[in-house]
Design a protein around this ligand. Structure first.
Ligand code: ADE
Length: 367
């Protein structure tokens, strides 16, 4: 039955009538498609849109990206999370300029060899920008296909992704591989949705979907449970001197490398610890006020924070060499601060990343 059903024809017909108008679908510029695909990893379409538009305004070509200043790049990415994605983009842009004359290569293996481009992204760029016959299997596509075929393989395994990629090739149309891959992604994002009930009555495959027919929607896809996140405690200091606030640059390795933060310690400090910390930093007489709790969830770690606001005077300020004292407006303009510190930005009246676009963080971890 399924063999004879025109899977790709019905999917493309549905896509032609239902595809969303998205900024990276305006044309087939490989640079735009590449940037959008990297932004869309782990982040939902609605959250990506304003970042994408801003990125294209500031860095319209691969040459601009290849030479962008790191802080500027991080500022453009501020709030999107997974900052290595942006660092890898710059490295790959330099390779594209140096080795490929500023053009993304129209070749799957060459795309795959660029920093930050894995099988999914090489497939997406290759098919959408260059009409190459290659699969692009992301979390959306895995959900759609495991339900279509009633397949209970673990979708977090590479083996499953590769097997699904091979099966997709069996019904990929020769003339529209880019639209076909986007249609699969679109079906997963808008109909065969990740959270909540899928809209099966709007699906072009409702008559052939095994999960729908056999009532297996709730059981598929199968994902092995992830390890519990490690909890880390932090004490965050908002050191205020006149109108300026202390910030500190994180080291260039590890989580949030190279971004700016409010000074903090990796433990929950009680009143006694705070007193000691203040003395160590020559601020024993400074006034301290509680700034409340904060929490931020990364993919593998959770930060539980407690904050203190401290009024520092001119003399004490000299003793804190590792910190920069910067006006909040300048922080907002020029210093990338990760959304992890969002709980404390109200105290100094700055907006970070997604807050600037009036949105809640919307990471969509598909594993
Ligand atoms: N998610 C990943 N790639 C996408 C694309 N090209 N369009 C919409 N959503 C996507």
């Amino acid at each position: 039955m399924e063999q004879r059903y025109d899977l790709s024809g019905s999917l493309l017909h549905w896509y032609d009538y239902n595809k969303r108008i998205l900024p990276w679908r305006e044309n087939k510029d490989p640079y735009r498609i590449w940037i959008s695909e990297i932004m869309l990893q782990q982040t939902r379409v609605e959250a990506v849109k304003p970042y994408f538009d801003r990125f294209m305004e500031v860095l319209p070509t691969v040459y601009d990206l290849a030479k962008v200043d790191d802080d500027r790049l991080m500022k453009l990415w501020e709030g999107l999370g997974y900052y290595n994605r942006a660092r890898n983009l710059k490295v790959a842009a330099q390779t594209i300029v140096e080795e490929y004359g500023g053009q993304l290569p129209a070749d799957y293996d060459k795309l795959l060899s660029l920093k930050g481009i894995g099988m999914y992204t090489a497939g997406a760029i290759g098919s959408i920008a260059f009409e190459l016959q290659v699969p692009a299997v992301d979390g959306n596509v895995l959900r759609v296909l495991t339900r279509l075929w009633g397949d209970d393989s673990d979708i977090l395994k590479d083996k499953t992704k590769k097997a699904m990629g091979r099966r997709v090739m069996e019904f990929m149309p020769e003339d529209r591989p880019g639209d076909f891959n986007q249609a699969l992604i679109e079906l997963g994002a808008t109909v065969c949705v990740p959270n909540g009930q899928p809209l099966c009555d709007q699906c072009p495959w409702d008559t052939v979907c095994k999960a729908y027919k056999e009532d297996l929607i709730d059981q598929l896809p199968v994902k092995t449970p992830k390890k519990a996140r490690r909890i880390e405690h932090k004490t965050v200091f908002l050191l205020e001197c006149g109108e300026q606030i202390a910030i500190h640059k994180r080291g260039d390795k590890g989580l949030l490398a190279g971004l700016w933060e409010f000074p903090n310690e990796d433990k929950k400090m009680d009143a006694e610890d705070i007193k000691e910390w203040m003395a160590e930093h020559h601020m024993e007489d400074a006034k301290t006020k509680a700034a409340g709790k904060g929490k931020h969830i990364f993919s593998h770690v959770e930060w539980n924070m407690i904050g203190y606001k401290v009024r520092v005077d001119e003399l004490e300020k000299k003793c804190t060499e590792q910190m920069l004292f910067v006006h909040p407006e300048e922080i907002e303009r020029n210093y990338p601060i990760p959304a992890a510190f969002e709980a404390y930005t109200d105290h100094i009246q700055i907006l970070l990343g997604q807050e600037k676009y009036n949105m809640m963080p919307e990471t969509n971890d598909v594993g």
